[in-house]
Design a protein around this ligand. Structure first.
Ligand code: CA
Length: 315
């Protein structure tokens, strides 16, 4: 029992710090512990709590555990931890080098493991393979740390493959965070596909490659700037042109994953329409005119509760 608590405790710590490096050894001579996060498909959250995990070598059951929720603020997930018995402890069980097949509620899980002495972090899942991206978050040069007062204020990281939204992550719970984790199912990505991200709707500067398993990728963003409707990094006449083209029903050239004109989004904690830069009467030529006025240094007569031109969506 003490071993189990120690293993669960190390699981808590490792997940809390986002480390993928595992694994202190608690193993005595000739024993092996396997432990990790359980995912049902790409759902690695609370639905995996209270599930039975069984380890088999061939047809012989060599370990069992029921998943629990480690005591960890914020992230909710099911964790398992078990000894996988040796052939000496139970005939037919593992010898060094044997393949261990895990089952979650009787369903074969991936990946398999190879028995060897020691303590091993081994996250398991059912269903098709998926790509996991996780890492830290930087917003305008600083950690996107959020003193979360409710789920709605958490940073939201979204992952896209070819412009299609594949997965989102918003930390839920009560904690201070500047990290993310998204699981992208194989129906949305394939090996080698480029994965792009947004943080709170703003394009991230980094991109990844869809790879089965875990990829650590730090994401950063410069945020969204009010009036910079094409996300180029500056408010200038090209934005005015984009507004006119949008008003005329023509396509607007913008940075990849820049919000489309007309998108409703949160900017400084208020819902705004991207491109309606004066917050009046939808997107029209007046918005283009005011953008030009700002560009040449004329005050564009700000409206109450409308973000100032050039202000940055901050977190
Ligand atoms: Ca307007």
């Amino acid at each position: 029992m003490a071993t189990r608590f120690a293993v669960i405790a190390s699981l808590i710590v490792l997940v809390a710090v986002g480390s993928e490096t595992a694994s202190a050894s608690y193993g005595g001579w000739g024993s092996a512990q396997f432990w990790g996060v359980v995912c049902l498909g790409t759902d690695c959250g609370a639905s995996a709590i209270g599930k039975t995990v069984v380890a088999k070598v061939g047809d012989v059951e060599c370990g069992e555990d029921e998943t629990v929720h480690p005591i960890s603020d914020g992230e909710v997930f099911g964790g398992y931890a078990m000894d996988v018995l040796t052939d000496a402890e139970k005939p037919g069980c593992a010898q060094p080098g044997d393949t261990i097949q895990f089952f979650i509620e009787g369903v074969p899980a991936s990946p398999t493991a190879v028995w060897e002495e020691g303590s091993h972090r081994h996250d398991i899942y059912t269903g098709p393979a998926f790509a996991t991206f996780s890492g830290g978050l930087t917003c305008r040069g600083e950690p996107c740390i959020d003193f979360i007062i409710g789920p709605s204020t958490a940073p939201i990281v979204s992952a896209y493959v070819n412009g299609t939204l594949c997965a989102s992550h918003a930390v839920s719970g009560w904690l201070i965070t500047s990290s993310y984790r998204v699981n992208i199912p194989s129906v949305c990505g394939t090996e080698g596909a480029a994965v792009t991200f947004t943080i709170d709707g703003a394009p991230a500067n980094e991109s990844g490659i869809w790879t089965t398993g875990k990829t650590t990728l730090h994401l950063s963003t410069d945020g969204l700037t009010w009036g910079d409707v094409n996300c180029s990094g500056a408010v200038n006449p090209v934005d005015a042109l984009g507004i006119l083209r949008s008003d005329a029903g023509l396509p607007v050239v913008a940075r990849d994953l820049c919000p489309a004109l007309g998108t409703t989004l949160l900017f400084d904690h208020r819902l705004q329409v991207w491109g309606n830069v004066d917050c009046l009467e939808g997107i029209d030529p007046v918005d283009a005119l005011k953008t030009l006025m700002f560009d040449v240094g004329l005050p564009p007569s700000p409206e109450p509760a409308c973000p100032a031109f050039g202000s940055v969506h901050s977190r």
